[in-house]
Design a protein. Structure first.
Length: 372
């Protein structure tokens, strides 16, 4: 049965998002119809708007969704109507990466997340009778309803009933990416120094995770003093403005070098500066969305002789539900207070929410799309 939804359509950087009626396709066997309660706005959504990623336009974006299940496909067994769920990226489940529980590196990531259709090429959404690009990260949750998939939709256990869905929504991308970079990918060790470059959602999540594991010192670097103050509230022991010789101050603070440098900016000069701060065996983790034409230059002798690592990280090396639930457990215990990052906006205020994010007024804007 065809479902009518209201969706925010993105037509590119020079156009505001417009909320318009669309039609969702009948569910395939592995698909789930979700009434979207809330969705976070992520830098990746805006990178698509700005044509920095190969996702077709116009498109319905949104990939930090949470909501209530309304219907499931014939092959779905672990999810039922009425379940509270959070959604994340999709994956194929059969490639060598998926076989070892590394779905963020799925060999078939593009067709399952960025092609604008299902992996088999069929549309999940129509606009005025014609196919509309959707299925973004397997969900497209800038909408009142979304088609998600068995592999990227996770039922929330009852112990999280006290956390509203409009708070849980962004756990599925930005928060997961930053925290997972520290906990899963770089496996930051207690007592070793880490510097986090960029204090947006991903950077703040990394700082909170670094505090969880006992890194010391924890250094936040940004150009926004208000965000640096919040970073210290969330766990940073030091906060340096990048415009005020942050590199020199880090060298003075940790003359032996950093155990870990984590870049969220995607700026090659920042990454190279971070690399040059590493101690022997140090790790430089990179998650920022760099310009596709950018390259990095490192000294070969320092790279090899010091046993240093440059690590590209996607999705915080998340294995899906287990890691997202781990983060929510940290939140319940008071160790991951990500609620301090969130600013809520009505769905109709999507353009205002984006403006607030880009101006640095809100770290993580979350759209309230329907009542829980």
């Amino acid at each position: 049965m065809t479902t009518t939804a209201n969706a925010a359509i993105c037509r590119g950087h020079d156009h505001p998002f417009t909320i318009e009626p669309v039609e969702l396709a009948d569910l395939a066997a592995d698909e789930i119809l979700v009434r979207v309660v809330a969705c976070g706005i992520c830098h990746t959504d805006l990178a698509v708007r700005d044509a920095q990623l190969p996702v077709p336009l116009p498109v319905v974006l949104g990939h930090e969704g949470a909501g209530i299940v309304e219907a499931v496909g014939s092959g779905v067994t672990g999810t039922k109507p009425g379940d509270r769920v959070v959604m994340s990226f999709n994956s194929c489940g059969t490639c060598p990466s998926c076989d070892v529980d590394a779905p963020t590196y799925c060999y078939n990531f593009f067709p399952h997340n960025w092609s604008g259709t299902r992996a088999d090429g069929t549309p999940t959404m129509r606009y005025k009778g014609e196919p509309m690009a959707a299925n973004f990260f397997g969900q497209s949750t800038f909408a009142s309803h979304a088609i998600a998939h068995d592999r990227n939709t996770f039922v929330l256990p009852s112990r999280f009933d006290g956390i509203p869905l409009d708070m849980i929504a962004p756990i599925g991308c930005g928060l997961m990416t930053g925290a997972g970079a520290v906990l899963n990918a770089m496996q930051v060790r207690a007592g070793l120094p880490i510097a986090v470059f960029g204090s947006g959602t991903v950077g703040m999540a990394a700082i909170m995770a670094a505090k969880i594991v006992g890194a010391n010192p924890i250094i936040a670097v940004d150009v926004n003093d208000e965000r640096l103050a919040l970073a210290k509230e969330l766990g940073a022991t030091h906060a340096f403005n990048a415009r005020d010789d942050a590199v020199g101050k880090i060298k003075e603070l940790v003359p032996q070098g950093l155990g870990y440098a984590f870049d969220t900016t995607g700026i090659n000069k920042v990454i190279e500066d971070a690399w040059n701060l590493l101690a022997p065996k140090g790790i430089c983790g990179i998650v920022g969305a760099s310009d596709p034409a950018d390259n990095l230059t490192f000294n070969e002798a320092a790279f090899m002789g010091g046993g240093r690592t440059v690590m590209g990280i996607l999705g915080g090396n998340s294995d899906g539900a287990p890691f997202l639930l781990e983060l929510l457990d940290h939140h319940l215990a008071g160790r991951f207070p990500f609620d301090k990052l969130i600013g809520h906006f009505d769905f109709s205020e999507i353009n205002e929410a984006i403006e607030a994010s880009e101006a640095g007024h809100v770290v993580k804007p979350v759209l309230r799309i329907s009542a829980e």
